[in-house]
Design a protein around this ligand. Structure first.
Ligand code: SF4
Length: 467
């Protein structure tokens, strides 16, 4: 069993008790809610005549269904408008802080909480969205939960959970130019598998993560869930504290020093015991692209789509399914694969540093003929910051559309959807069948800079050639 890890300490500090099922009743410090997974949970509360137990530990925003072009109300999509109104009503009735469109702070739930300093080391965080693992970048233990668990947290501020094992995922060394945090996590998932992390929390350690910015760490932790881990985290350090200092909800004055001392004490001990340790070398990672229908089906941009005989017995069925759905020839180089749509955004890669890296590639160039390319900032604050730096103008001059904040084509619950068998280069986190709004649409995951390169060339391109 893990011992002396940050996970262990935070878990113990938040344990309310042991339930008859053997699960832990875990106190949740911060509950983030949005329009998709909360309406039913509030309805269940109303049915039982229950109130939200800690409205001041609950924060709402709207992200999945918002249109990213015209945001005039009522929305054209009546279902989206209904969900929006429901969230507005539930927040008002329960005194919950709500970052609505136009507030200046609306955006994807996993972008807005860190940027406001709501996400802090040592916290337990829950949200009705799989990619809540993002918040682990701060040394928080953060879980994506289902609707009935959203109800539980609203009503009791606790969750019933089985304790996880801890795997230390160590990456050491300096990333080569053109290799980003997204490539690191796609490489890890490729090597450990999409189910490799089942039953585990992943602790990302080693010099590569130590040298990453908070936004890069968020990209990595965001996709912990895609590798099967229930959560992922990085131990808090000077980079974390520097990022948090001065943000809206960060401690101030004398409280700041106390907080830093406390947060530091939560780091995994030098002699912590892990249930498993894996080690990777940053030098082995190149810009990575998925060719299949899971985030684990990724390859370096210089590699070819794996051939049928390269698979272990247990992976063959999924590989065949991927060949037939993606319509990409086994053995063909991934580089040069023609693209129809390029999407830069999402809670994985819709932050300001992502847009800066993509803009470097787009600057002074133009999107290839016939390509639809668009950039969706992760939040209104990211949008505002990008515009103050002139990134919007760089993208527009290059032929990209510049949109408002939201999840957009990561999940396509808004009007941004692939059509037919279109193939997209996407900075999002899931390439599942039909994920981007068309039941036959195809998604290639990659870093935002790689998406920008694909947009310029109209095909999968090694971004290093354009840097
Ligand atoms: S950007 Fe995508 S993965 Fe992230 S919260 Fe929105 S839909 Fe979920």
């Amino acid at each position: 069993m893990s011992k002396g890890t940050l996970f262990d300490k935070v878990w113990d500090l938040h344990t309310v008790g042991t339930l008859p099922s053997g699960q832990t009743q875990l106190f949740i410090g911060l509950h983030l809610i949005h329009e998709v997974t909360s309406p039913q949970a509030f309805a269940m509360l109303r049915d039982r005549n229950l109130k939200v137990m800690f409205p001041d530990r609950t924060v709402a925003t709207v992200d999945h269904i918002v249109p990213t072009d015209s945001q005039a109300r009522p929305f054209i999509d009546s279902l989206a408008e209904e969900m929006m109104q429901e969230l507005e009503r539930n927040c008002k009735d329960n005194n919950i802080r709500f970052y609505n469109i136009g507030s200046g702070s609306q955006g994807i739930v996993h972008v807005i909480a860190p940027e406001q300093g709501l996400t802090q080391p040592g916290m337990t965080i829950a949200c009705g969205d799989s990619h809540t693992s993002t918040h682990g970048a701060f040394g928080a233990i953060a879980f994506g939960i289902g609707t009935s668990q959203v109800r539980d947290v609203l009503a009791s501020q606790t969750l019933a959970l089985a304790k996880l094992k801890v795997r230390k995922v160590e990456v050491n060394g300096t990333l080569k130019p053109g290799v980003y945090a997204k490539d690191v996590i796609l490489h890890i998932i490729r090597k450990l598998g999409v189910k490799g992390g089942v039953g585990y929390a992943y602790e990302y350690a080693g010099t590569t993560f130590e040298h990453m910015s908070m936004e890069e760490r968020m990209t990595v932790c965001n996709m912990a869930i895609e590798g099967g881990a229930r959560c992922g985290y990085v131990n808090p350090d000077a980079v974390t504290f520097e990022y948090l200092k001065g943000r809206d909800f960060a401690p101030t004055g004398a409280d700041w020093g106390k907080a830093v001392e406390w947060w530091t004490s939560l780091r995994s001990d030098a002699d912590a015991e892990y249930d498993d340790v894996v080690v990777f070398d940053a030098a082995d990672i190149e810009p990575t692209v998925t060719w299949g229908i899971t985030p684990g089906q990724g390859i370096g941009v210089s590699e070819a789509v794996p051939t049928a005989d390269s698979w272990a017995e247990e992976d063959r069925v999924l590989a065949q399914e991927a060949y037939s759905y993606m319509d990409l020839a086994p053995g063909a180089p991934i580089k040069g694969t023609k693209i129809d749509v390029c999407f830069i955004g999402s809670c994985t890669n819709g932050r300001i540093s992502d847009l800066r890296e993509a803009a470097k590639v787009a600057k002074g160039r133009h999107v290839a003929d016939g390509i639809k390319a668009f950039v969706v900032p992760g939040s209104e604050r990211v949008k505002q910051q990008a515009e103050s730096e002139g990134l919007d103008k760089i993208f527009e001059a290059a032929g990209f559309e510049w949109r408002n904040a939201g999840c957009s084509m990561c999940l396509a619950m808004n009007p941004d959807k692939l059509v037919g068998q279109q193939i997209s280069a996407s900075s999002s986190n899931r390439n599942f069948k039909g994920r981007q709004g068309s039941s036959s649409g195809r998604t290639l995951l990659m870093s935002p800079a790689m998406v920008a390169a694909a947009a310029i060339k109209g095909q999968v391109t090694d971004v290093r050639e354009l840097l």
